[in-house]
Ligand binder design. Structure first.
Ligand code: CMC
Length: 429
């Protein structure tokens, strides 16, 4: 980050104030308002933080106008093509790709920590069968803190907690699925890759052994890599905000999982499938949905469309759509929802409203169809997103606690309520 002694001059009450202009490594500019209030008495108002940079970060770069996404400088397209999910996680958390030895050590550690304390199964068994797996995952991640003792040094505590989370989240997610079906839990296997291990824990069954297909393992790898980080989105910001109070990492990640659950964020792929199914049941009337999405008096939105940052095609959606086509083709699956999704996309992209509002498909538009093809039940979609976003959350949390200038997150507000008024006793109201 460079300052180059550039300033923005703010004139207020006939006085001028110099606000430093900062430049990021890709040339983007930012006004540093850290001293605005102490110097002028003013605060800024920016609902939903749409124009607010809450931190400096060297993890993920996005250019919403050009449709660029890079993790630690590496384009997501290259990672989706060539990297494993484990390498991507290592890259995000440590800032560089691992060499062979480091990757092998990392794999051993993930295997060593992949089992979940047997007592945790009692908790799982006692959630009502109808519980949403995201609620269960968020609770169980928070509960991990009670099951694993505090370690000797801060460094050891952080490293082992990070490894535990990355290793156990797959086991915990698969456990919740198995238990929800009333099936026996399948334990992790050290001989399988990160993605294959998860699929095995989800679908292995003594009556009908799971046939592991490389296309499916690959689809899961790509799905997880594409979702691994996305800079300061709602759940990541939650992890940073909660973490800024210096809570333990489990609690911060648990909060991130809860934030991700929402249909405007990680829950969107589940909402896309629901929307497509509803359209299908309504005789495939795409135009009715487009009309509703444009109606300001109707809260309906085209799920899987639009993005706070991308004002062009989400680069992840391009990869996801291609992968979705290939996967269904290789598995000889015909999913009527895919045909419907493609038609809906075609119509929306030609519609003036969607063009003028820069609304393009985002990653979630096709990801639900990929997950269906893999065999993931719809209520587990957001859990799949949570597993993939974990390395990003950890990397962002680590970056925030390592920042010597980090402060507790505590925004200001513009108060618009009552001025001072007196309390009136109940019998006089
Ligand atoms: N359908 C119809 N209109 C839309 C949509 C949509 N999906 N998205 C945005 N708009 C309109 C919105 O009505 C508004 O119109 P106007 O300016 O005329 O009032 C304008 O576009 C800007 O919308 P906004 O809500 O101010 O934009 P935002 O940046 O606050 O919201 C969003 C971004 C992703 C929440 C929103 O586009 C949306 O709700 N999309 C559907 C949900 C979805 O697919 N979410 C997944 C996001 S990708 C996964 C992730 O990274 O979390």
């Amino acid at each position: 980050m460079s300052t180059e002694n550039e300033y923005i001059t703010l004139i207020y009450n006939d006085q001028s104030f110099k606000l430093p202009l900062l430049t990021g490594s890709e040339g983007e500019k930012s006004i540093d308002i850290s001293n605005l209030r102490s110097e002028t008495g003013l605060i800024t108002l920016d609902k939903g933080y749409a124009n607010t940079g809450s931190c400096t970060s060297s993890i993920t770069f996005m250019d919403g106008e050009k449709g660029i996404l890079r993790y630690r400088g590496i384009p997501v397209e290259q990672l989706a093509e060539q990297a494993t999910f484990k390498e991507t996680a290592y890259l995000l958390i440590n800032g560089r790709l691992p060499n062979k030895e480091e990757l092998s050590d990392f794999s051993v550690l993930l295997n060593d920590h992949s089992l979940v304390h047997e007592d945790m199964q009692l908790f799982y068994q006692n959630f009502p069968r109808t519980s949403h797996p995201m609620g269960i995952l968020s609770s169980m991640v928070n509960a991990l803190k009670s099951f694993y003792p505090v370690l000797q040094t801060v460094e050891e505590e952080i490293n082992i907690t990070v490894t535990r989370l990355l290793a156990k989240i797959r086991t915990m997610a698969a456990m919740s699925y198995k238990i929800s079906r009333g099936h026996k839990v399948v334990y992790p296997r050290p001989d399988l890759s990160y993605c294959a291990n998860f699929l095995n824990m989800m679908f292995e069954n003594p009556v009908k052994p799971y046939q592991m297909r490389t296309e499916v393992v690959n689809a899961l790898r790509v799905f997880w890599i594409l979702h691994a980080d996305h800079e300061q989105n709602c759940s990541t910001t939650t992890v940073r905000v909660v973490g800024s109070g210096r809570v333990n990492l489990y609690a911060a990640i648990s909060a991130g999982i809860s934030a991700l659950w929402g249909p405007l964020h990680g829950g969107a792929n589940q909402a896309v499938i629901k929307m497509l199914t509803d359209i299908m049941q309504d005789n495939g009337d795409i135009h009715k949905s487009i009309k509703r999405a444009k109606d300001k008096n109707d809260s309906f939105r085209l799920m899987g469309f639009g993005h706070r940052v991308y004002k062009t095609y989400d680069p992840r959606a391009i990869i996801m759509k291609k992968m979705c086509d290939n996967l269904l083709d290789k598995l000889h699956i015909t999913d009527p929802l895919l045909d419907l999704a493609k038609k809906l996309e075609e119509v929306a992209l030609k519609d003036d409203y969607f063009v003028e509002h820069n609304l393009y498909p985002n990653v979630d538009f096709y990801s639900g169809i990929v997950l269906r093809a893999i065999g993931i039940p719809t209520n587990m979609f957001t859990v799949m997103f949570a597993i993939s976003r974990l390395p990003g959350w950890i990397a962002q949390w680590k970056e925030s606690i390592d920042d010597p200038n980090w402060k507790i997150c505590r925004p200001r507000q513009l108060f618009i309520g009552h001025k001072k008024r007196d309390f009136i006793p109940i019998d006089k109201r």
